[in-house]
Each structure stands twice: as C-alpha cells, then as structure tokens.
Write a protein that binds this ligand. Structure first.
Ligand code: FAD
Length: 389
C-alpha cells in the first residue's frame, strides 16, 4: 500500500490521519461483519439488509448525502476508501450496501431543496430506506438514448409506462430514480428523470435474477403500468435526463473502480499467502518464476488501479468535470481485477476451482465489473470521444 508521501509540490499519495481512521473503521467492519458471512450469503443469494443497517449506524453507507440533509457528507475520496475496504470482503455485499449512493445521485446533483429534504433526508437518512437507479431496459443498456419508458404529462402529473431490467436492489428499494422519455422524438434531449415511490399503483417488481456472481446483491426487473406521479417528482427540467444520467456516471464510476480495486487486493493477498505455503517440486510455488511474476503483475496492477481510482475521486472532489479519468479508472480497474481473479485461480491450481477456497468466488464476482455502469467497451468509447473531440 502507498503510504504518506508529501512533497513540496503539494501532491500527496498518502492518506490524512482522518482518512486512515476511516479506512481502519471500514476494514474492521469488513473483517467482523462481511468476511465471515460472505460465502454463505453468496451461496444462498442472501440480501445483506442487517449489514446495511449496521454500516449505516457507523456512517459508511449513504456517504454522499450532504450533512444539511442529515447525511454523512463524505467526500468522493472518502467514499472510495470505504468502497475498496468493503469490496475486499465481498463485492456482492458491498454492491448491495453501496447502491443507495448511485440511486440518490440524480437527486443530489439535480434535485430541488424540497426533494433533497424529503427523499434524501427523511426517506434515506431517517427511515434507512433503499433507492435504486433505473436506466437500463431489455432493449437498451449501453445505448441509453434507446430507452422506451415513456413519461406523459397529464395536467399536474406524469403517467409512466415501461419497464427496467437488471436493477440493483430493486426487490428491496422503497423508491426509484427512473429515466424516461418525455419526448420520444427528441433523441437524447427527450429524456427526463423522475422519482417513483415503490408504493405507487402500477409499480411491479419482478422476481430477482439468479446470477453467476455478486449473488448477495439483488438484481430485478421493474414494470411501470400507468403509474401516475406528481409533477413535483420530476428531477430537474424536462429534457435534461440524458445529461444527468451521464453526470451521475462521472460521479459513481470512481466508486465502482474502487470496488474492483478491493477485489484485486483480495486476489493479491490470497495469492501471496497460498504461494508461500504451497510447495511443488520441493519449493514454495512463488519461487517458480511463472507464478511469482503473475503475483508481481497483480501487485503492479492493483497499485496502478488504485492510483487511477484515487485520481478520479480527487477530480470529482475538486469539481473537475471530465468523463475521461473516471472512465480510465473504471475500465482499468475492472480489466485488471478480472485478470487478477483469473490469475489467482491459476496460482491455486486445482484448489482454486473449488468453492472451499476464496478465489473461486472472486472469479465469479469479478466479471460484472466489466459490464455494469458502462461496459469496458463503452468506457473506451468515452475515452476515444474525449481524446478526439
Ligand atoms: C448485475 C447487474 C446489475 C446492474 N445494475 C443496474 C442498475 O442498478 N441500474 C441500471 O440502470 N442498470 C443496471 N445494470 C445494467 C448494466 O448497466 C447493463 O447491463 C450494461 O450497461 C450493458 O448493457 P446491456 O446488458 O444491454 O448490453 P448491450 O448494450 O446490449 O451490450 C452487449 C455487448 O455489446 C457491446 N457494445 C454495445 N454497444 C457498443 C458500442 N457502441 N461499441 C462497442 N461495444 C458495444 C457491449 O460492450 C457488450 O459487450 C446492471 C446489470 C447487471 C448485470
């Protein structure tokens, strides 16, 4: 791990004393509450509701809700410190407990005072509810502009019709931030964001999906059938939804990258431990250069992913609006985490393929990092767009 290095340029790759304390708190929480149950929650696809509430009491979930609405008011940098620690324990559990910090972003970034006080303050902070972020549809994932969910203005309300797929925490969410078309002929200018209460008549949440990995996270479909919501549930102006969805990703991608970094650290530490103790041909396997080098690459990629993630979070904190660095961080950390998990299984040999060893789960859990919140291909499209504009 990089430790405190402060130079005369003012650049620091280290953590302040407060950040180190936060990191320790999240690490201790992960050790006590997440690691012991991770395998069982994975096997039974258990939603970690109790863990969420314990983490909430400690102030390590809902971290991005500003203090004026009763939240922790943490910085994006503090969020990535915590995300790495919890993901080290289990990325399924960490995804579940951190999804509010995605679902609430449209309100934080574009909501009005009344919306923030009610949905962030009363609903998320005081009542401890869950919110899901709903963009993806069966026919439109990467192509966000292709969504079909329709929001029609009817007097002082909107009528919502359509469906969303692969929505994290949908089975448990008390409300949803939903992107819909207010003007289907206006392309990306025809999209608007709304807050939809789960109890609204016409909201139906489907059965949760049975997944390959991150099984302690909940993923389900939501159908909106003539759901009538008041105009005051519109987030921002009509037509601003696409820009808002893209802005949300600039804020959320450092956190996803941080989770991939946490998984890399787990793969690295498990590999070091195993390669020291396992012998083949009369020597610990790390002394076979093919294995030692794999683990060295894991360490290099982990540190590099983490630095990019920190830079992306720092940039958000500094108010620098730029999709490029969050895309670098998300793409690199996801790709390197995938490589680390594959290589960790290789280091463990046949045992790596068995459920009783922790790296089998890492390999199943890791794949989604290259898919959700923009696939690795889409991150590269963003980078090309930014480089050539
Ligand atoms: C477990 C899980 C949780 C999720 N949680 C949420 C959530 O909470 N909220 C939400 O809104 N969504 C969520 N998603 C959806 C996720 O963001 C999408 O699955 C993802 O964006 C990809 O969309 P798609 O599945 O439709 O794939 P597609 O867009 O159909 O892509 C298929 C393949 O084609 C590639 N491709 C597509 N277009 C291009 C292009 N222009 N250039 C190069 N390659 C391209 C993709 O990279 C991919 O490899 C979740 C998905 C999963 C699996």
């Amino acid at each position: 791990m990089v430790d405190m290095v402060k130079t005369h340029t003012g650049v620091s790759f280290g953590l302040t004393e407060e950040q180190k304390m936060l990191q320790k708190m999240a690490r201790d929480f992960t050790t006590a509450e997440i690691i012991p149950v991770a395998a069982d929650f994975d096997e039974h696809a258990t939603f970690p509701e109790d863990i969420f509430h314990k983490a909430r009491e400690l102030g390590i979930v809902n971290m991005n809700i500003p203090a004026e609405y009763g939240g922790v008011g943490a910085s994006p940098f503090e969020e990535v410190i915590v995300a790495e620690e919890m993901a080290y324990g289990c990325t399924g559990i960490s995804t579940s407990v951190s999804t509010n910090a995605l679902g609430d972003l449209p309100i934080i970034l574009a909501g009005n005072e009344k919306q923030k006080a009610y949905w962030l303050g009363e609903r998320l902070v005081d009542k401890g509810e869950f919110v899901s972020y709903c963009v993806t549809e069966a026919g439109a994932g990467s192509n966000v502009v292709g969504i079909q969910t329709r929001a029609e203005k009817k007097g002082g309300s909107y009528l919502i019709n359509g469906s969303k797929i692969f929505i994290t925490n949908a089975s448990h969410a008390h409300f949803f931030t939903v992107f819909a078309k207010t003007n289907p002929d206006a392309g990306h200018r025809g999209m608007t964001a709304f807050i939809i209460d789960r109890n609204s008549p016409g909201v139906k949440v489907g059965k949760k999906f049975d997944k390959m990995g991150q099984r302690a996270s909940d993923t389900a479909e939501i159908v909106f059938e003539n759901v009538e919501i008041p105009e005051e549930n519109r987030i921002g102006e009509e037509g601003q939804g696409f820009y808002l969805a893209m802005k949300v990703f600039d804020y959320s991608r450092p956190g996803v990258a941080a989770a991939a970094v946490g998984l890399q650290r787990r793969a690295l530490e498990e590999s070091v431990k195993y390669a020291k103790q396992r012998e083949a041909f009369g020597t610990p396997i790390y002394q076979h250069q093919a294995i030692g080098h794999k683990i060295a690459d894991m360490a290099i990629n982990y540190e590099a992913s983490r630095l990019l993630t920190w830079q992306a979070a720092w940039q958000v904190e500094m108010g620098i609006v730029n999709s490029k660095v969050p895309a670098y961080a998300k793409a690199f950390a996801a790709d390197m985490a995938t490589k680390a998990a594959i290589d960790a299984v290789q280091v463990f040999g046949g045992y790596g393929f068995m459920k009783e060893y922790p790296v089998e789960k890492l390999l199943r859990d890791v794949k989604i990092f290259q898919i959700y919140e923009g696939t690795s291909e889409i991150q590269r499209n963003i980078i090309v767009r930014e480089l050539f504009k």
